[in-house]
Design a protein around this ligand. Structure first.
Ligand SMILES: NC(=O)c1ccc[n+]([C@@H]2O[C@H](COP(=O)([O-])OP(=O)(O)OC[C@H]3O[C@@H](n4cnc5c(N)ncnc54)[C@H](OP(=O)(O)O)[C@@H]3O)[C@@H](O)[C@H]2O)c1
Length: 336
């Protein structure tokens, strides 16, 4: 089968190479998936450039997120049949309940989805919503489940009438915006680009704040909310934005700490969080059960993930370049 591999010690896109591997066979309780589409996350950019926490220690098939159909099942499989439309879960395998261990993830250290086939244990696979194409479903395993966990599972959940602040217009933030709106909440989005804010507003956000033109964007968020503040934040900036996020929340608000795109270390003032009885909730993607619950909500609410750009398998390196350039709203997808 055709695959891409990220070479050991890879530090640039030169280390992403085409390769051939034997078609894998499903063992007991395993499912063989014919991958049809995959999507990129910021994590994949970090892996290829040698910046990720887990180093690449052997030639590894990249990308955690893939959707396709079941081509065969191994002995003892009860959750799936040949022909089911499925996606792999990010963690193999965190099936249900709160996080209790560090489970290995697809795309490093485990082989990922940028291949014609992948074999996964059935407990690390979910049926995708019938309302979605493979391209749309491929956006969900990392970005979707992370946004769902942040807003609907860990700590307080979004309620109708809440206000949710989504930082940036990337994969996690846009799916978070869509889940918030579907739950009856109002979503405010920040971005470095007015054009992207316009797009986010056309897709459901109530307001946009340009964090480049308005560096003290927390003041604008408080103004937009009549001083009330927001109840949830999709925090993808990390240390570089946390102080402003603590200023932006209202009483009892929750900051879901997801990323660190604005830096990993900074002088952070936690006092506003304390004074408002707010909470800081770390998020590590989510479980198979969260993925299944999210898919039910996507189907019932007819949520369509935002597929910004689609690249063919042969142009996978261009998809990585597109992600690095950041010139998109939503998700970058590769078909297989
Ligand atoms: N903890 C977890 O489980 C988990 C899961 C998934 C992702 N993550 C992390 O979450 C972050 C986002 O991942 P992603 O895959 O959604 O990335 P992405 O699709 O590449 O989107 C990144 C977006 O972040 C925005 N951004 C960058 N710097 C910003 C800043 N200072 N303030 C506000 N927004 C900023 C940019 O928005 P504009 O272009 O609109 O300015 C950019 O489009 C990454 O750090 C990733 O590693 C963590």
């Amino acid at each position: 089968m055709k695959v891409y591999e990220v070479q050991k010690g890879c530090t640039s896109l030169d280390g992403l190479v085409r390769a051939e591997r034997p078609e894998p066979q499903p063992g007991p309780r395993e499912v063989l998936i014919r991958v049809r589409a995959t999507s990129l996350n910021y994590r994949d950019h970090m892996i290829v450039h040698g910046h990720y926490f887990t180093p690449v220690s052997r030639p590894t098939i990249p990308l955690s997120d893939g959707a396709g159909e079941v081509a065969a099942v191994g002995p003892g499989v009860t959750r799936f049949r040949k022909g089911d439309r499925v996606a792999g879960a990010f963690f193999q395998i965190w099936f249900d309940g709160p996080p209790s261990a560090r489970h290995p993830a697809l795309g490093v250290p485990l082989d990922g989805a940028l291949a014609e086939y992948m074999v996964l244990h059935e407990d690390g696979v979910v049926v995708i919503p019938a309302s979605l194409s493979f391209e749309e479903a491929a956006t969900l395993p990392c970005a979707g489940v992370t946004a769902w966990n942040a807003l609907m599972v860990s700590g307080t959940s979004v309620k109708p009438g809440d206000i949710v602040l989504c930082l940036g217009t990337g994969g996690v933030s846009m799916l978070g915006m869509q889940f918030a709106v579907a739950a009856g909440a109002r979503a405010i989005v920040t971005s470095s680009s007015d054009e992207k804010l316009k797009k986010a507003c056309s897709l459901g956000a109530s307001d946009g704040v340009n964090y480049k033109r308005t560096p003290d964007w927390e003041k604008e968020v408080l103004r937009l909310t009549g001083g009330r503040g927001v109840q949830h934040i999709i925090e993808i900036g990390g240390a570089g934005t946390l102080s402003r996020s603590f200023e932006s929340i209202g009483f009892g608000g929750k900051v879901a700490l997801i990323g660190f795109l604005a830096g990993q270390a900074a002088d952070i003032n936690p006092i506003p969080l304390m004074m408002k009885g707010g909470s800081l909730q770390g998020i590590g993607v989510g479980s198979t059960a969260m993925f299944e619950a999210m898919n039910r909500a996507i189907e019932v609410n007819r949520i369509k993930p935002i597929v910004a750009k689609v690249f063919p398998f042969e142009k996978a390196a261009d998809a990585f370049r597109c992600l690095a350039a950041g010139d998109f709203v939503g998700k970058v997808v590769i078909t297989v």
